[in-house]
Write a protein that binds this ligand. Sequence first.
Ligand code: ADP
Length: 677
Amino acid sequence: MPNLKPNIISPTLWQRIFLLSFFVFILGNSCGYSQHIYELDPHNNTHRLDSYVEIFIDSGYAYSFEEISSPEFQSNFKPNIKDGLTFGYMRPPIWLKLSIQKTSQAQWLLEIPAPFLEGVDFYQMHDSLFQHFETGYYKPHHTRGFPHTGYAFELLFSETEATTVIIKITGFSPKTFPVFVIEKEHFIERLRLEDFGYGLFFGVLLVMLLYNLFLYFTLRHLDYFLYACTIICTIAIFAAATGYGGKFIWPNHPWVNFYAGRISLPVQVAILSFFTLRFLETKKYSRIIYYTLLSLIPMAGIVIVLMLTGVFLSAGNNLLSVALVVYLLSGIVCRINGNKTANFYIAAWGMYLTGGLLLTLRNSGFFEFNFWTTHFVEIGAAAETTIIALALGARYRKYKEEKEEVQLLALKLQQETTELLEIKVKDRTEQLSRANEELSATLETNRLQTEVIERKNAELDDFFYRVSHDLRGPISSLLAMSFLANKEVNDPVALEYLDRQKQQAERLNGIINALISLTKLSHSEVKNEPIDFEKMVHECIQSFRGHANFNTITFKKNIQQHIQYESSWVFVNAIIQNLIENAIKYCGRSEPFVEINIKKELDIVIIEISDNGQGIPDDLQSKIFDMFFRASKSGGGSGLGLYILKRSVDRLKGKVTIKSELGKGSTFIVKLPLVIK
Ligand code: ADP
């Protein structure tokens, strides 16, 4: 509960005399310093007493209440000759004096409906004591005589006496106000009505604020946010100016009035200027307006500094007045130059400006204090906020429509694309499933073929193993016999016959040995042994030392150092052994030459063995890996060497290719993967 207890001042002797003089006056005697006593007609619940107020302006800031209230001073009070109390921005203390007499039991209040008056000192003589309320715009709300946005003090009457009140008004704010004496019940009723009206006003502003915030969060467009900020400023300004902020929101923090009511003004000008130049697209429609609006922003900054430092406290009001004119002009110029949205702007600011103008003229004393001069600015503010919010809403609808159009177009495009995609996917899927079917059929065939081949190979290997073992003994005997026969026979024909038979037996022996090594290979497991190519090649070459033309052959080795390769020694050796053997066997007659190149490239080991022999005709190249294939039937070859090589390469998951040119030589290229997958 606010503390409504007034300060009690004991009257001085002179004041007692002054009090006595009222008695004298009331008793019908004329008295030099008494003023006219206003009798409150009980049939009228509101009395406007501006013209009954006596005034003293303390231009020299010289007098205290004691002096002012002394009987001899009373002649300094002068009756108000004007209609209202219009002092404008007058600085010196203004003393008002009023004597009132009631004629009924009703309770009465004295009201000054001007919330922004900075200093209001209310003195009333009652029971030989002065009651004093020291209150004002920057004083806590409970210092007022009655909880009200303006200033209201309960009048205390004794049965027979009139009451006299003295009011001191001080401060920098505009001092144009009426003085009412209102019947208490009626006053409370009026307050309810007023609260309802202002509730409606702040309600409209709040709805518009929420509406703009909603639009901002929906569209993420800066304009809506800026406008929401200006509405916040409007709410703050009016909350402070109407006194509702002080009454309901910050009753114990009157300094908020300063920030909400004064500093909000330049802040709002800065935001509104920025908003206007965006909203009206002023850069497009008028460069002058654009730069004028732009210049208002730093000006607002300067005004804030001037106000905070106390150098020029009403700078905010002046800036807002100028800015309002600029906004209205901006609307007009942009409309003339073709911006249709400016219509909203002209209407909105026209209303606000009219209200602002009325208020300013009222504050300056040109206009009287009445409903329109007081409240038109609020109506204007609510209208302005609503009109611009609606304009922004219209823009939102336009955005929405455009967005929906684009979305529709995108949807159509998407549908078309999807349909096209579906057809393509269907086509591709069909193609793919056909290819898959073919592939799986091929794979199945391949798998079956591989199985058959492997089974056949295994059967063949098994067969060879048995045959070669069975034949080994008789062939050895045959060779031994032909050796012995050669020693015993002298007939040249018989000798030639024996020689041919020996060659046949030797070839047969070669085949048997080859078959044995083949069966050995096919029974071998693939292992991971480190392969030393240098050593392997050297040993292979050396194993052919007994070959007829071995000594005439030039061997050129080019083996990359430190090849890290692990594999089965038997398979790699079979590959290198067979290739070197063939290169030796089939190399050139003159300047025979065999070249061995081994290197690693990425994850592959490449073995290249070349000779400068007769070469292999193209049509035979595909056949030479077949079992028992020999290009020439002469000579003692088995036709198994390259077959064994191919089987070994396959076991190591490698590849073998041939580059050969007739009369120039052949190169066998074997590529073995480092890792067998
Ligand atoms: P062979 O024991 O007959 O050499 P291979 O399977 O090793 O059996 O070779 C098959 C045939 O391929 C050979 O008879 C030969 O005609 C041909 N051939 C193999 N290597 C070479 C080579 N380096 N130059 C020319 N022909 C070759």
